[in-house]
Design a protein around this ligand. Structure first.
Ligand SMILES: [Zn+2]
Ligand SMILES: [Zn+2]
Length: 156
């Protein structure tokens, strides 16, 4: 899935993917939720070297310490454009909603992550009936516990 084109709403910042994403997922963590103003954040993770970003970005550090998350926005329209989780400069998160077709043709999430942050909310990940694995934090391959939440659909 190369050549996916992204742009911020005002068009000052653009990006093109040069390879497949490492991961596509729905993130339920508090940080993404606050930044999206939404309980669910669809995200794509790419190796930083597989994404070409054009335009100027302003960086905000949202958590402190050695694993600071850097969220980068367009300085003109102030939309979130990309995130560097852990602040290590290896991974670029891009948001499917900012791609040309808003992810309709290419966004195929494989899992839900950081579900433990969200279980007390009104929209609980365990009630989402999509058959995708719902990790408490992250799968082991990404440094998480691998603990899974069971789907639990309310009967209406
Ligand atoms: Zn912009
Ligand atoms: Zn998140």
């Amino acid at each position: 899935m190369s050549n996916i084109k992204f742009a911020c709403p005002c068009g000052s910042v653009t990006a093109v993917s040069k390879a497949d994403p490492v991961l596509m997922a729905y993130c339920h963590c508090d940080s993404c939720s606050r930044n999206y103003c939404s309980y669910i954040a669809p995200i794509g993770l790419w190796k930083v070297t597989d994404v070409e970003i054009t335009g100027e970005l302003e960086t905000k550090t949202l958590t402190s310490g050695p694993n600071a998350t850097l969220r980068k926005s367009c300085p003109k329209c102030h939309s979130r454009f990309t995130t560097d989780p852990g602040g290590k400069g290896h991974i670029a998160v891009l948001y499917p909603v900012l791609s040309e077709d808003m992810g309709k043709s290419w966004f195929k999430p494989a899992m839900h992550i950081y579900c433990q942050d969200a279980e007390g909310r009104n929209l609980r990940p365990s009630t989402i009936k999509d058959g995708l694995p719902k990790f408490y934090d992250l799968p082991p391959a990404l440094g998480g516990t691998g603990k899974l939440l069971e789907e639990n659909h309310p009967t209406l």
